[in-house]
Structures are given as structure tokens and as C-alpha cells.
Design a binder for this molecule. Sequence first.
Ligand SMILES: Cc1ncc(C[n+]2csc(CCOP(=O)(O)OP(=O)(O)O)c2C)c(N)n1
Ligand SMILES: [Mg+2]
Length: 429
Amino acid sequence: MAKKRNKRIAGKPNSNGGRRLVPNAASANQRTYTISDYRLEQPDFTIRQVRKGDAVSYEVTGDFNAPVAPIRESKYLNRKQCIEIYRWMLLNRKMEAALENLYKQGKVVGGVYFGLGQEACSCASAYALQKEDWLGPLIRNQGSTLVRGFSPRDIMMQYMARAGSPTKGRDASSHFGDIQERNVVAPISTLGDLIPVLAGVALGARLQGRNIAAMTYIGDGGQSTGVTYEGLNFAAVQDLGLVLFIENNLWAYSTPADMQFRVKDLAERAIAYGIPGVIVDGTDACQVYDAAHEACERARHGEGPTLIEAKMMRMKGHAIHDAADYVPKPLLEYWRKRDPIARFENYLLNVKKWLSPTENRELIAGVDQQLEADREFAVASPMPQPESAGGGVYCENGCHQIKPKFGTPRAKVGKSASFKQTEAAVHLK
Ligand SMILES: Cc1ncc(C[n+]2csc(CCOP(=O)(O)OP(=O)(O)O)c2C)c(N)n1
Ligand SMILES: [Mg+2]
């Protein structure tokens, strides 16, 4: 049985270029709003919790035999860019497979988080960023981190807590960023907190007289937090260039999306913020890129935030310790047929004929080679010295030169560079 929920709110496209979300004039006492939906298929499943005695399980109903839709033609990507994104997705997946092996060999300190099935969302979204833009990934967005310039060896060393890792062995998971070169804010485990931080980054840039795109992610579970509302509402009110991906992968730990929210599509939340909302198939790299690119362009033109809901499926458990036995098998099989890499590979090889089978084999071999070299390097790299454990906590005797990346605001240049309410317009030192 298909889900019976609020009907999607539909109407004419915005007449003002999408800058402000205005109600479509349906009638005097009824308003309708527009949510763009880029998908070529609209999976519709209901997941219900079933209790038998003390045992809890989930049942899913829907059409599991629906044919897989083709990849949607990108309005912006060319051959070279599509192949690059495909390579990032492969690197993302194969690096996670290598991490799983390292974990099983007892080399990983802590757990491993996977983005299996979500590679298109991570890689194609980050690919839409330009150098001056910023990224705030979550732990499942290792693909975004790769696209932004971290290498598989950085990530492997991080998981093994090696001295050469981005946090010098002081964190056993992916809480690392780079605010100097790559403009990456470290993942924050308190879900939703990255949203006001990235809004703040966009505000900081605005105060320097520039509009940038500040992209971050939140899950279907994490979007329920109060700080998600606060951060996005602040970005909306200030017209900040926040690009928020809601990664709706149908599960938050073992809670199915149907027990997490009542709206049909999380993109509908955008209406209440007064910003554009877009739905994409998170397993289609072209759709993800196009929505991300358009949102980033809006951000760079000072037109404010965009909320993009990427629909897909978490194809593994929450982390390596979770076998995800609670996930109904037909749901996994349905989404396995929509594997983002297999779909994109088919698109490049058979639909567009942009890659020959030989070129594809060479590309895959290149990824394998790179990963093997990085794995060897990471495994051979030393553990940190015990005395270094407390380093980076207190700044003593000037050991750290903490200088702001951007200058402080000092003079007025006009409205575009303003903090909206105060009109405190500024420019770079
Ligand atoms: C504010 C907050 N509450 C709870 C948690 C514990 N927690 C970590 S991951 C997770 C599930 C997140 O699910 P979702 O947001 O859908 O992301 P996914 O893991 O599916 O990518 C929870 C509840 C947390 N990290 N932060
Ligand atoms: Mg989720």
C-alpha cells in the first residue's frame, strides 16, 4: 500500500527567479507552493513497525519491481566532468572497502562509517563547489572530503590514528577539516550543528564583501533537531549562501524515516523557511550535481540558501558494528538495483558512450593502484608519540600562531556586503 500523506504542494514556478518563495495565487483563501522534483522515478514505500511480544521488526510495502529510471541528462556537466565524478565515486567506494578490511585486520581505532549507496550524493555535490566555497561534511560524506582535496591516505591514517593523519592521531574517526587551504569545516557529531556553523561561514564571507556557497549535509534523522531549524532560518533571514543537503537515506540508526517525520518529502520544509526546496534522486550523480550547482550559483549571487533533499538508501548499517538486520530485505534489493556507481557506469559506457570498456578498465585499475599505494603508506606510517597526546589543546609559549583567515571588517562598501539587519557593510583589509 502506498503512503497516504499530504499531497505534494504544487503550483507555478516562482516569478522572481527563485529569490523569494512566493505563494502561487491558487485562490483567495488557498495558497500553493512549488517544490522542484528532478527525479525520473518516485519510489513510494511505507515502512511500518511491527511488534510481536517483545520483538520489534519493520515491514515495508510498495512496488519493488518498478523499472530503474535512466540517469537524467545534466544541464551543465560535460564528458570530462562526468568521468571525473565517476572516478571520485569509485575512489569513495573502494576506499571504504579498504577501510573495512583495515578494521577487520584490527588496525582501525574505533568504528568505520560508510556512505555505501550515497557516493553520488557526496561526490557530485562537493564537485559543484568552487575553490572559494566551503564544505561542512558529515561522517558519511567521505566522498565529499576526497573531492575537496583530502587523499585516501589522509582518511586511512585518520581511522588508524596515525601521527601523520589530519588530527595527528588524536581522533579515531573523521572529525577533521582544513580551514586554511581546502575550506573544509570538520564534521560535528552533534547532528545539525554544522548548519549554523556553515551559515556563519557564509556570513563571515559576506562581511568581507563576498558571497560564497557554504555546503553542508544533514540526515533524515538529524534534520529533526532544533539547531537545524535555527541555522537554516538564520540563513534564510540573512540571505546567506547555505546549500543544505538533507540526505534522506530512509534510516536514522534503526529508526525508519516513516517514524521520524510526517511530511511526504523533507524538501517541503523549505516552504516554511521561505527558501527554494528541491528533490533529487540521490543515486543519480547528474541530478545531484545540477541541483547543487544551481544552489551554489544562487548562493554566489547573494540570493540565499537552498534546501535539497536527496533520496536514497543507506546500504549498510549505521556503522561497521551494525549488521542492520532490522532493514527489510526487499528494500535493500530495490535500492541495490539503483546502485549509483553501476548506474553512472552504464550511463557513461552504454548511453553516452563517453567511456569505452578499455578506458573504464584503465580508470578502475588506476583507482585500485592509487588506493593500494595509499593503503601501504598509511599502514606503514608511525603511531604518534605518547607525549604528543596533549598537543593542540592549550596554546603555550606561542606554540600556535592563530591568525584569522580573513581580515576583520572595517569599512562600508555597500548593501551587498552587509549584515542584513545592521547594514554594517564592510570590505577586506
Ligand atoms: C543531536 C544528536 N542526537 C543524537 C545523536 C546520535 N546519533 C548519531 S548518528 C544518529 C542517526 C542519524 O541518522 P540520520 O540523521 O538519518 O543520518 P544517517 O546516519 O542516516 O546518515 C544519531 C541519532 C547525535 N549524534 N546528535
Ligand atoms: Mg538517515
